[in-house]
Design a protein around this ligand. Structure first.
Ligand SMILES: Nc1ncnc2c1ncn2[C@@H]1O[C@H](COP(=O)(O)OP(=O)(O)OP(=O)(O)O)[C@@H](O)[C@H]1O
Length: 275
């Protein structure tokens, strides 16, 4: 499938994060570009996989500006400038974060939470109302709009959290294990949510982690394996990128799950076991 690589949307160089003197991740380098496909608006879907404790959540905290890198830099496109050509260092609030628990305000209904998420947007009250209602309809949440988080299912909470992040951050969204704890129906809904976000704007960039390797190969157009590298025959005990699968180059992006994906799943599992 033909595509072209345009602006750099995410540039990570020599990133490391330590807690105290314990280095958790180190030497993380990667670049992701805006992908343009003729006839379809396609955002970026980037997946990080790796065994437990290798530092995926720590990397995500750095990508969302929640922890300061010990070394290195994380640049994102300054999408407020014409064409998004300028780069800026990531700050808290630039990248939406949907955590594993889909944290929502306990004392706000779905509608109130989304109203709050739009507070900084220059829209009239009516425009905000219309925007919220159209998202609620599209995401199958209109029936629960006046319910509180404790009255929602896991899938409904997750969709509310995703819309909240679409409303209050720019084009970037990090989701930490968005498929864990969801039933098959909710997993299908979450996949649809990914597609919807991706088709809204070609700058939209979803970064997620999963322990379900099939869901990595099926959905992502770029997959990074985070693991402990082997140096001089020994495992180091910090996480880094040990393998990258560019599903676009492999001709597997935006396609039904097939034999090529099964082969990638095999290779990802081997890379994870070795790291
Ligand atoms: N605030 C912290 N202070 C000290 N160590 C931490 C802190 N947060 C995480 N760690 C350590 O960092 C390492 C990586 O944790 P992290 O949560 O980033 O891994 P992960 O790959 O996301 O794991 P999982 O797949 O189980 O969620 C672990 O050894 C963890 O104990």
């Amino acid at each position: 499938m033909s595509y072209s690589k345009e602006n750099t949307l995410l540039y990570v160089e020599n990133l490391s994060v330590a807690y105290g003197d314990k280095v958790i991740i180190k030497d993380i380098n990667f670049v992701e570009n805006d992908i343009v496909r003729e006839g379809s608006t396609t955002g970026q879907v980037i997946c990080f996989v790796g065994r437990s404790g290798r530092g995926k959540s720590t990397l995500f905290r750095a990508l969302t500006g929640l922890v300061k890198p010990t070394t290195g830099k994380i640049l994102i496109a300054d999408t407020l400038t014409e064409g998004g050509n300028d780069a800026k260092e990531v700050c808290e609030g630039d990248v939406g974060f949907v955590d594993q628990k889909y944290t929502l305000f306990r004392n706000k209904t779905v509608y109130e939470a989304l109203t709050f998420a739009l507070r900084k947007q220059k829209l009239s009250k009516e425009e905000k109302h219309e925007k919220i209602i159209s998202y609620l309809e599209e995401w199958g949440l209109e029936k629960v709009k006046d319910q509180y988080p404790n009255e929602l299912s896991g899938g409904q909470r997750q969709r509310t959290a995703i819309i909240e992040q679409i409303f209050c951050s720019g084009h970037y969204m990090v989701l930490d294990e968005p498929f864990s704890g969801l039933d098959v129906g909710n997993i299908e809904d979450a996949k649809k949510a990914f597609n919807m976000i991706s088709s809204l704007h070609s700058f939209n960039t979803i970064i997620y982690s999963t322990h379900d390797i099939e869901l990595a190969a099926e959905l992502a157009d770029s997959i990074y394996v985070i693991g402990y590298p082997t140096i001089d025959g020994e495992h180091a005990n910090y996480g880094t990128i040990v393998k990258h699968f560019d599903m676009k180059e492999l001709g597997l992006a935006w396609k039904e799950f097939g034999l090529g994906h099964i082969e990638v799943v095999k290779q990802i599992k081997a890379a994870m076991l070795a790291s």
